[in-house]
Design a protein around this ligand. Structure first.
Ligand code: TXA
Ligand code: MG
Length: 342
C-alpha cells in the first residue's frame, strides 16, 4: 500500500489534507494524525472492519482496547452511559487535553473498539489538526498510538513513517508533538476513580479536583506492576536498558564503571550531568529543571539509540517535578524494571 503523506502546520490545519483524510476515514481506511501527546493511528470508530485494520497494522494484541477521540463532552455522550459528575469537572479542567476518561459504553460502538469490554476510554485531543479531522469526518475516531506494538510511541511524523509506512492509507505530519507522552488514563467506572496510566496530566493535579482518586499503577514507579491490565510489552528500545537511581554524582560514577565494562554502551542523561560521562554514546534527554523537555524527548531518545548501534543503555533515574511519574513509568517499562538503586 502506498501511504499518502500530508504536511500540515499544527496550528493551521491543511484543509486539503483534512478533506482527503476525512474521506479516507469514512471509506474505512487508516490515517495517522498528530495530537498534543503522541501521534494516533485513527479509524472510524463506528466501522468495525476499519477498526480491525488498526490491530493488524500495529501488530497489536486483540484484547487491548482503543481510546475514542471526540470533539467535546456533547459528542462523547452519544457513545457512553453513566457520566458521573466528577467527569464534568475533569472535562472542564482538562479537555481538550491529555486525559482519557473511562466510562460505561453505549451499544452504538462496535465491540472491537473496546476489545469486548463494556467500558470505553474517551478523550478530546488538544491539537487543531486532530480536532479538524474529527470535525471533517463527523464520527468519533478510535486511535491508539501510531507505532508498531512494543516500540516507543511516535512523537514526530517521521517516527510514524518508520513504523507504519506502507501499512496505512495516510499520515498527516505536523512535526513534533507538544507533550511527547501519552494521555493519563482514569477509570471513572469504579469508586473511587482510579488512574490506570500516568501521563500528560500528573496525578497530583487530578487529586486537587478528585480527593479520593487512587493510583491503579504501581505506587512506586520502579516497582514491577502486578495488575493484569499492564501486561503488554512497552516502549522498548532494541537493546537492554538499566536505570540507575541515587545522588547524581554517584549515579554518574556507577554508570561510568558499568559503561567501561561494556563494548558499545549508550548513556541517557540530563543536560546538567552530561559532562560527567567521558565515554559511550551519550544522549541528553533534557534539563532536570524542565520536566516538559525530558517528557518531550524521551521516546525520541529511545528511537535514536536504535540507530546508534549500542548494545546496552544505562539511564539515569530522572527525579523531576510534574511529568516525573509518567517519565519514570515509561523508562522503567522500557528497561523491563532493571533498576540499580544506589
Ligand atoms: O495520548 C494518548 O492516549 C494516545 C493518543 C493517540 O490519544 N493514545 C494512546 O493509545 O496512547 P494507546 O492505545 O497506545 O493506549 C491506550 C491505553 C492502553 O493502555 C489501553 O489498555 C488503555 O488505554 N485503555 C483503553 N481503553 C480502556 C478501557 N476501556 N479500560 C481500560 N483501559 C483502557
Ligand atoms: Mg500505545
Amino acid at each position: 500500500m502506498d501511504t499518502k503523506v500530508f504536511v500540515s502546520d499544527p496550528h493551521h490545519p491543511n484543509e486539503q489534507a483534512i478533506d482527503i483524510c476525512s474521506r479516507i476515514l469514512l471509506e474505512g481506511g487508516l490515517v495517522a494524525f498528530p495530537t498534543e501527546t503522541v501521534y494516533g493511528l485513527g479509524a472510524n470508530a463506528l466501522n468495525a472492519e476499519a477498526v480491525k485494520k488498526i490491530f493488524l497494522a500495529k501488530g497489536r494484541p486483540q484484547d487491548n482496547p482503543l481510546i475514542l477521540h471526540v470533539l467535546d463532552m456533547g459528542m462523547a455522550k452519544e457513545y457512553v452511559t453513566d457520566i458521573p459528575v466528577v467527569a464534568q469537572v475533569l472535562a472542564k479542567a482538562f479537555w481538550p487535553g491529555p486525559l482519557s476518561m473511562i466510562f460505561k459504553k453505549s451499544g452504538v460502538l462496535p465491540p472491537v473498539v473496546t476489545a469486548g469490554l463494556d467500558t470505553v476510554a474517551v478523550r478530546v485531543p488538544d491539537h487543531p489538526v486532530a480536532l479538524a479531522l474529527i470535525r471533517g469526518c463527523n464520527v468519533p475516531i478510535s486511535a491508539p498510538s501510531a507505532n508498531t506494538s512494543g516500540r516507543p510511541s511516535p512523537t514526530d511524523g517521521s517516527h510514524v513513517m518508520e513504523d507504519l509506512s506502507g501499512k496505512i492509507d495516510a499520515i498527516i505530519d505536523s512535526g513534533k508533538c507538544r507533550i511527547g507522552l501519552e494521555s493519563t488514563v482514569v477509570d471513572l467506572t469504579v469508586h473511587p476513580p482510579r488512574v490506570l496510566r500516568p501521563g500528560g496530566i500528573p496525578f497530583s493535579e487530578l487529586s486537587i479536583l478528585v480527593k479520593d482518586i487512587e493510583k491503579g499503577f504501581s505506587k512506586a514507579v520502579e516497582e514491577k506492576p502486578r495488575s493484569p491490565g499492564m501486561k503488554y510489552a512497552h516502549y522498548s528500545p532494541d537493546s537492554p536498558m538499566v536505570v540507575v537511581k541515587g545522588d547524581p554524582l554517584d549515579v554518574a560514577g556507577k554508570i561510568n564503571a558499568l559503561a567501561s565494562a561494556s563494548s558499545r554502551p549508550g548513556i541517557l542523561c540530563s543536560r546538567e550531568t552530561y559532562d560527567l560521562y567521558p565515554t559511550g554514546q551519550k544522549l541528553c534527554v533534557g534539563s532536570l529543571l524542565d520536566p516538559g523537555e525530558i517528557a518531550g524527548n524521551l521516546f525520541e531518545c529511545f528511537r535514536l539509540f536504535n540507530k546508534l548501534d549500542v548494545d546496552i543503555i544505562y539511564s539515569e533515574y530522572f527525579e523531576i517535578l510534574y511529568h516525573g511519574e509518567a517519565v519514570m513509568d515509561r523508562l522503567m517499562k522500557a528497561s523491563g524494571y532493571q533498576l540499580i538503586h544506589l
